[in-house]
Write a protein that binds this ligand. Structure first.
Ligand code: HEM
Length: 456
């Protein structure tokens, strides 16, 4: 993409005129996806969206510059603003932690996502999907619209609870489910709010949020305590957290264990629930692709429940999932702040600036994605992938801070889709296009109303 400003002084970053202090942020808030996409078309690869002094916002969408910030020069960057709202929930867990403390936590947590652990989790994921299908038999009538997104969120929380805590918490799953749902619905409103008061201001939403966090925390501390007392070992993430030792041979402090499990719950459930929802929606709009998935499932599984060993045998479903994450990356806006001045595409970026990265926008740049609005899993054939720069696609972030749960998320989504799509076909409501609503994550606006039909 050629910047319209090419040839002009490279030290002035192009961007729209806006209010002196807030810059273009009021417009970002109004219709963020359209606005940010327009900025790239009009101003090029690095766009200044205004701000005060060196505290300016820059939109960065070229894979070359993303790679520089996220990988090559990552030590010069911290996460910055946009996920700080999660602090009361996620504490100083991996998602928000920085520097040496982050590095040593990441090293300690990595084994929780190694293949033997994932293999052990696969069974409980399939079991949760089968349980939901049995429940649908009672509750959901073929041909009658229901909110598929609500169902997928519910399932994603159940799966998160199982993979994090194991099945021993069945009694508490409901409290976890309710607390996380409440906290997230308030977080979504807060992201859009023009005046985000700090959490301690006693407004009704804040009180409900902090109460939900407290309820969740109570359950989590109880589970940790019980596990520590019984010494029971499982394949869940909590078992890893309780068994790891740092270089001095010390166990992880309880507060840290709490922060890490709640971080995983927060980072993992919503993104997985959304991915499942968008994928089922896209398949309903592209029947030929849905048919190709069905054929693959029939050939590999022949109606039986999927397991870990089936994952490599379902490459087409894997490509469908990747393409769904291209069009609807759940984390559509990510931020980084440079600790020292840097340079991007010849422009000076001052320390303290807020860099905005939008996988949604980069994933639709026509210079890397021909016909970007079309749902086309063929883009993810290995030989086609090899023609693109690595950071043209980054729904899971990249570099050393790439999503630690990426493989788990992929496994969860593949196993659930394989179970669902063997039993049912899903249909979007005729004439109703579902638009994405961009707040904390990229959810279908107004839910995802669909119908289902049992396969013969
Ligand atoms: C489709 C599902 C998922 C998507 C799209 C997704 C996306 C992302 C992205 C974009 C980041 C980078 C954020 C940044 O650096 O600013 C990230 C980080 C992270 N994700 Fe995921 N995620 C998913 C599932 C999961 C799951 C299932 C878990 C855990 C069980 C998880 C745990 C984390 C954690 C702990 C981090 C922080 C890693 C670090 O900074 O070292 N995610 N995720």
């Amino acid at each position: 993409m050629i910047s319209p400003q090419a040839g002009a002084s490279r030290s002035v970053v192009p961007g729209p005129p806006g209010l002196p202090v807030l810059g273009a942020l009021p417009q970002v808030r109004k219709d963020p996806l359209q606005f940010l996409s327009r900025m790239v078309r009009e101003y090029g690869d690095v766009v200044c969206l205004g701000g005060v002094g060196d505290k300016k916002f820059f939109l960065v969408t070229h894979p070359r510059d993303i790679e520089h910030v996220w990988k090559t020069n990552h030590r010069n960057y911290v996460k910055g603003a946009n996920f700080q709202l999660l602090r009361p929930l996620a504490g100083n867990g991996l998602f928000l932690n920085e520097g040496e403390s982050w590095r040593s936590q990441r090293r300690l947590l990595q084994p929780a996502f190694h293949v033997p652990r994932l293999m052990a989790m696969a069974q409980s994921i399939t079991a949760a999907a089968e349980e939901m299908l049995a429940d649908w038999q009672q509750r959901i009538q073929p041909g009658v619209p229901f909110d598929l997104e609500a169902e997928m969120m519910d399932l994603a929380i159940r799966i998160s609870v199982e993979t994090l805590f194991g099945s021993a918490v069945a009694d508490d799953a409901e409290t976890v489910n309710r607390s996380v749902s409440t906290a997230f619905s308030i977080l979504h409103q807060r992201v859009l709010s023009a005046l985000p008061f700090p959490w301690w201001v006693p407004l009704p939403g804040n009180i409900r949020f902090l109460r939900a966090v407290a309820n969740l925390e109570e359950v989590v501390y109880d589970i940790i305590e019980e596990r520590r007392q019984t010494g029971a070992e499982g394949h869940d993430v909590l078992s890893t957290l309780l068994s790891v030792r740092d270089e001095a041979g010390e166990a992880m402090p309880v507060r840290m264990v709490r922060d890490e499990v709640v971080t995983m719950l927060v980072a993992g459930h919503e993104s997985t629930g959304i991915t499942l929802s968008w994928t089922l929606y896209l398949l309903s709009r592209y029947p030929q692709i849905a048919h190709a998935v069905e054929e693959e499932l029939a050939a590999v599984l022949g109606g039986r429940a999927p397991g870990f060993e089936d994952l490599p045998k379902l490459p087409y479903l894997g490509m469908v999932l990747k393409e769904s994450l291209r069009l609807y990356p759940p984390f559509w806006l990510l931020t980084r702040t440079p600790l020292a001045d840097d340079e991007l595409d010849g422009h000076r970026i001052p320390a303290g600036a807020i860099l905005l990265f939008s996988p949604y926008v980069t994933h639709r740049r026509p210079d890397f994605w021909p016909n970007p609005e079309a749902f086309d899993p063929e883009r993810f054939r290995p030989e086609v992938v090899a023609t693109r720069p690595p950071f043209a696609y980054y729904p899971l972030g990249g570099g050393p801070r790439v999503c630690i749960g990426g493989r788990l998320a992929e496994m969860q989504a593949t196993l659930v889709l394989a179970a669902l799509l063997q039993r049912y076909s899903f249909h979007a409501l005729p004439g109703k296009r579902v638009e994405p609503a961009a707040s904390l994550s990229l959810r279908p606006a107004g839910g995802l109303w669909m119908t289902l039909h049992e396969r013969a």
